[in-house]
Structures are given as C-alpha cells and as structure tokens.
Design a protein around this ligand. Structure first.
Ligand SMILES: Nc1ncnc2c1ncn2[C@@H]1O[C@H](COP(=O)(O)OP(=O)(O)O)[C@@H](O)[C@H]1O
Ligand SMILES: [Mg+2]
Length: 253
C-alpha cells in the first residue's frame, strides 16, 4: 500500500525541503521505491536531486499536458528514488495554483491515486504558506509532519498550523494525521531550545531533533543524498543519522 507523507509549516526556512529530501533518500536507500513530489514553485528539491532540467514537470501533469509517468525522473545517484519535479524558473506551478487550482482541490489526491502500487512511499515537499496548493497537498496526505526551528516564531507558527489544519480537515472531511514534529537545528545545550522543546511537547507530539549539520547544505550543492556525502572521510553527524533511522522506522509502519 502507498503511504503519503507531507512535511509542512507555513513558515519558510525551517527545513521542509531538507527533511523531506533526506527522508526520501533514507527510504530509497533501504530498498523501497520512493517518490518525492516537488510541490514548491521554487523547485528546491528538484534542483537538489537533478542536475539536468527534465522535459516535463508537475504543473504539466496536473494540467493534463503529459502523463504522470512521463514526468517522473529517476534520481541517478540514489537507487529507488524518483522525483516528480518542478522547475524553479518559469513559474508555471505558481501560475497554475493561483488560477486553475481553485476548481480542483482534489487534484493532488487524484494524482497520488495513480501511483498506487508503483511507489510504496510518497513524500510531498511543500512551499511555505497555506494557499490552495498546500491545502490540496495536505488533504492528499495520510500524515503531515511539522518541521520547525527552535524559536518562538516557529512555535507560534505551529499553533496557527494546528488551527488551520483542523479547519481544513473539517471542510474536506480529511483524516490526515498530525502527530509528529521535527525540531531542526536543535542544540540541547541551549536553554531556549529546551524551552521550545518543552512547549511543543505539551501538544502531545512525537518530537524528533535534528542538530545543525553542514552536510545538508553541502549535499544539496553537490546533488547527492546526505547519507552518501563524504568529505575527508566524514559524513552526516551520528545524531542526524540516528534521527533519520528513527523517523524511517516510525513513519512508515
Ligand atoms: N539541520 C540543518 N543544519 C544545517 N543546515 C540546515 C539544516 N536544515 C536545513 N538547513 C539549511 O537551511 C536552509 C533552509 O532549509 P530548507 O530545507 O530549504 O527549508 P524550507 O524548505 O523549510 O524553506 C537550506 O540552505 C538548508 O541547507
Ligand atoms: Mg523548501
């Protein structure tokens, strides 16, 4: 059965792309056919994993210009990882979401139905905000996980997101789960970080912590999976690896 996970908080720069991309690699490297759908008009996930501009993109699929299978690209460096890309330049996904998507809130859900049987794991990388495109992706997901940074603006953002998600679930009769939070760039030596952790814990979330890890940015520059990146024999921090192993084993079960 296909399971679809979205990473979302309406705030930018909290690690949505980094975490969704790394989790997609983790799943693919463990041998499971995994699809990463780039729903961000800026196309960050696509430029991370693809060094060439592909022929078709997500906005072509949702507008019926090509079949989903035409647009899916195998990521050369990561076996079992596939991406449904978005080109940052040109802005066609943004234009589509601002104009035509209003009449088609279930377009992403319908798209994911087409992948049933082809991919066991589907991960959606969303752009900041809570517009039509993000909403249609959220109602297409089995579960949404919130990445946040350890600062009070993120905590406010989490509260707003919980509220908006409840409204969305009611309006669209969606059963999307929201039980997990990832605190990114977390350092437990810092008091403020521990306070944010405590505050988020009060929401009864399973909370994962990812430290600051320079390998993320380096692997994004070099178009590789963070798990496969090595410099002077060193790769991801142990704590980072452990967190993704935990996430991998708990998210898909
Ligand atoms: N744990 C981390 N350690 C170091 N850099 C990180 C970490 N998480 C994210 N980054 C970097 O922060 C920037 C923003 O992350 P990104 O995943 O693009 O956020 P979002 O998708 O939420 O906008 C990127 O340059 C990324 O490489
Ligand atoms: Mg992003």
């Amino acid at each position: 059965m296909t399971k679809t996970i979205a990473f979302h908080l309406q705030k930018g720069g909290v690690g949505k792309t980094t975490i969704s991309g790394t989790l997609a690699c983790q799943s693919a490297l463990s041998g499971i056919p995994t699809l990463l759908v780039d729903l961000d008009p800026q196309g960050n996930a696509s430029s991370w994993f693809l060094s060439k501009t592909p022929k078709w993109e997500l906005s072509d699929v949702v507008q019926g210009k090509c079949y989903p299978s035409d647009a899916i690209v195998a990521v050369e460096q990561v076996p079992n990882l596939y991406i449904l890309p978005t080109f940052g330049i040109g802005g066609t996904l943004k234009l589509y979401s601002e104009t035509k998507l209003a009449d088609e809130p279930f377009v992403i859900q319908d798209l994911i139905h087409e992948f049933k049987g082809k991919f066991q794991h589907v991960i959606l990388d969303l752009s900041p905000g809570l517009g039509r495109l993000e909403r249609s992706a959220l109602i297409a997901s089995d579960e949404v996980i919130t990445p946040m940074t350890p600062e009070s603006f993120s905590l406010d953002g989490l509260e707003i997101f919980i509220d908006e998600l409840n409204r969305l679930k009611k309006n669209f009769r969606s059963a999307v789960k929201h039980e997990k939070v990832v605190i990114n760039s977390y350092d437990d030596r810092i008091r403020q970080h521990r306070d944010i952790y405590d505050a988020a814990s009060r929401g009864n979330f399973r909370i994962y912590q990812i430290p600051v890890d320079p390998v993320f940015r380096k692997s994004q520059d070099k178009n590789v999976a963070p798990q496969l990146f090595k410099e002077n024999g060193k790769g991801l921090k142990e704590k980072t690896k452990l967190t993704f192993e935990d996430m991998e084993s708990e998210i898909w079960r």
